[in-house]
Design a protein around this ligand. Structure first.
Ligand SMILES: [Fe+2]
Length: 449
C-alpha cells in the first residue's frame, strides 16, 4: 500500500492525489466541535458529503477512488459531531472485481463515491456504475440496496426527489444495451416503473432533470471507448461524430413518448434545474462544457446556459447566462422541477483540477445579476447545499453549507452562510478535526419534524 503522506505533496503525481485532493488515511470521530459564530437553532440534522478517497492511497482517475463520507451533525445550536467513514462496498472490503467473467458489469460492486441522497427513510451512497449502498446516519455501511431485487441497472448518483409527490426519479446507463433505462420509485421507496429509453449508442450520462410534468434526458457526445476501458481509466471520450440530443418524456410515459430535439454538441454533468414556462416550453438551466475529454481531463470550462425546448415546434434554443467558469450548481430543492429564482454554484476560476473553486456564486435568474462570496486567501469552498429556514420560508430564506479547505493550516471547516445575506460574514465556521479532501456532492438530512 502506498503511504498517503508520500503521495500528497509529490508534484509528479496527478492532480487528484496532490494537495487537498489527496486522500486521508484515518476515520475520525469528534464531538462538540469548536464554532466561530453561532450555529442557527433552526439547523437540526446532518450535513453529509461524498467524495473519492482511494483506500490504496492512489487511483488512476479522480472519479475512481473509494467513496468516503464526511458528516457533521448540527442540533441545539451546536456542532454535535463530525465523522468520516469509507463506504464499505464489496470493492472496499474484498477488492471484488467490477466485471464478471462474461464481461458484464457486476452491479453489486462499485466505489459509491459521488453523492449521498435520502429517500423513503434510507440514506444511499451512490455511484453511477452500480447499485446504491445504504448507510446509516452515523455513516456506517448497511450494504448494497437494489430495491428488493427490482433494480436491474446501475443508478445515477443524481436521482431527483419530486418535492410535490415524494417520488424518486432516476436512471441507469451502461456501455452495453440497454444503454439507458429510466426508473421511478414511489414515496415509500418501492420501484414502480422501469422503462428502457432508446438512444443510438453508449454515452456517459451523469445527470438529468425533471419538471413538474416531464423527465429530461441528455444524450451528449462523450462516448464509451473500449481502449480506455482496457487501460483501467475512465472509459469515455469526446466524439465529433455522435451528435447531441435532449429527450423530453412526460412523467409516467415510456420510450415511445420521448421527444428528442437536437442540441449543439456539448457536455453537461449537471443541470441546475428544469421547469415549464408560461408557454409550455421546457426550460433547462445547465452548466455547459463546449466539449469534454477530447484529450485527457483538461479542456475548456463550463458556464451557465439556458436551454428552452419548444415541444410543439420540436426545436430548442440556447442562451448563455454567464461567462464565468462554474460547477456544482445547486438550488433550493423545494423548487426542483418548478421555476426557480436563485441558483448557487462554485466559481471554478482556475479549473476544477486546481481545487474545485475559489468562491461561491449566487445567481438571481429572475432579476438578473449575481453575487460572489469569497472565503478569504487560500480558503477554497466546494459544493454549496441550501437548507430552508423552515418549510414555508421564501426561496432564499435559509442557509448554505459547504466544506472550506484552509490551505494555510491544511485543514477544513464546515461554513454556514445566510443565503439571503450571501456576501455577509459567515453565520458559523465549524472547525473540523481533520482535512476534508475535495469531493463531489452532499445533502442535508433534516431531523424528522
Ligand atoms: Fe455529479
Amino acid at each position: 500500500m502506498t503511504d498517503v503522506a508520500d503521495t500528497k505533496d509529490e508534484q509528479s503525481s496527478p492532480f487528484h492525489l496532490r494537495g487537498n485532493f489527496a486522500p486521508v488515511s484515518t476515520e475520525a470521530s469528534a464531538f462538540d466541535l469548536p464554532v466561530q459564530g453561532a450555529v442557527p437553532q433552526g439547523l437540526r440534522g446532518l450535513y453529509v458529503r461524498n467524495g473519492p478517497n482511494p483506500k490504496a492511497g492512489q487511483s488512476p482517475h479522480w472519479f475512481l477512488g473509494d467513496g468516503m463520507l464526511h458528516g457533521v451533525e448540527l442540533r441545539d445550536g451546536r456542532a454535535a459531531w463530525y465523522r468520516n467513514r469509507w463506504v464499505r462496498t464489496r470493492r472496499f472490503l474484498e477488492d471484488a472485481p467490477a466485471f464478471g467473467p462474461d464481461g458484464a458489469r457486476d452491479l453489486t460492486v462499485g466505489v459509491a463515491n459521488t453523492h449521498v441522497v435520502a429517500h423513503a427513510g434510507r440514506l444511499l451512497a451512490l455511484v453511477e456504475t452500480s447499485f446504491p449502498t445504504e448507510v446509516t446516519r452515523e455513516l456506517e455501511t448497511v450494504g448494497c440496496f437494489d430495491f428488493g431485487g427490482r433494480l436491474t441497472t446501475g443508478m445515477t448518483a443524481h436521482p431527483k426527489v419530486c418535492p410535490r409527490t415524494g417520488e424518486l426519479h432516476f436512471f441507469g446507463y451502461s456501455f452495453m444495451p440497454p444503454f439507458l433505462t429510466y426508473h421511478r420509485a414511489d414515496a415509500a421507496g418501492r420501484l414502480v416503473q422501469t422503462e428502457v429509453i432508446e438512444v443510438p449508442g453508449p454515452t456517459m450520462i451523469h445527470d438529468f432533470a425533471i419538471t413538474d410534468r416531464h423527465v429530461v434526458f441528455m444524450d451528449l457526445p462523450v462516448v464509451f471507448d473500449l481502449e480506455l476501458a482496457l487501460a483501467g481509466t475512465m472509459p469515455y471520450r469526446w466524439s465529433d461524430e455522435y451528435g447531441a440530443r435532449v429527450g423530453v418524456m412526460p412523467r409516467g410515459g415510456a420510450n415511445v413518448d420521448v421527444r428528442w430535439v437536437e442540441v449543439s454538441p456539448c457536455y453537461v454533468f449537471h443541470p441546475l434545474n428544469a421547469y415549464e414556462d408560461e408557454h409550455g416550453a421546457v426550460v433547462v438551466d445547465v452548466v455547459r462544457y463546449p466539449e469534454l475529454w477530447r484529450a485527457g481531463f483538461s479542456g475548456p470550462p463550463a458556464c451557465l446556459h439556458r436551454w428552452r425546448v419548444d415541444l410543439g415546434a420540436g426545436r430548442m434554443s440556447e442562451q448563455p447566462l454567464d461567462d464565468r467558469a462554474i460547477e456544482f450548481p445547486r438550488l433550493d430543492d423545494r423548487r426542483l422541477g418548478l421555476a426557480h429564482r436563485y441558483g448557487y454554484a462554485v466559481y471554478t476560476e482556475r479549473g476544477l483540477d486546481h481545487g474545485i473553486g475559489t468562491s461561491l456564486i449566487k445567481y438571481d435568474l429572475r432579476a438578473g445579476g449575481s453575487a460572489t462570496h469569497d472565503f478569504g486567501p487560500g480558503r477554497l469552498p466546494a459544493e454549496p447545499v441550501f437548507v430552508p429556514a423552515s418549510s414555508s420560508a421564501a426561496e432564499d430564506q435559509g442557509w448554505l453549507l459547504t466544506y472550506v479547505y484552509d490551505a494555510a493550516r491544511d485543514g477544513s471547516d464546515l461554513v454556514i452562510l445566510d443565503a439571503a445575506d450571501f456576501t455577509g460574514k459567515p453565520v458559523a465556521t465549524i472547525s473540523l478535526p481533520q482535512r476534508v479532501p475535495f469531493g463531489f456532492h452532499g445533502s442535508w438530512i433534516a431531523d424528522p419534524a
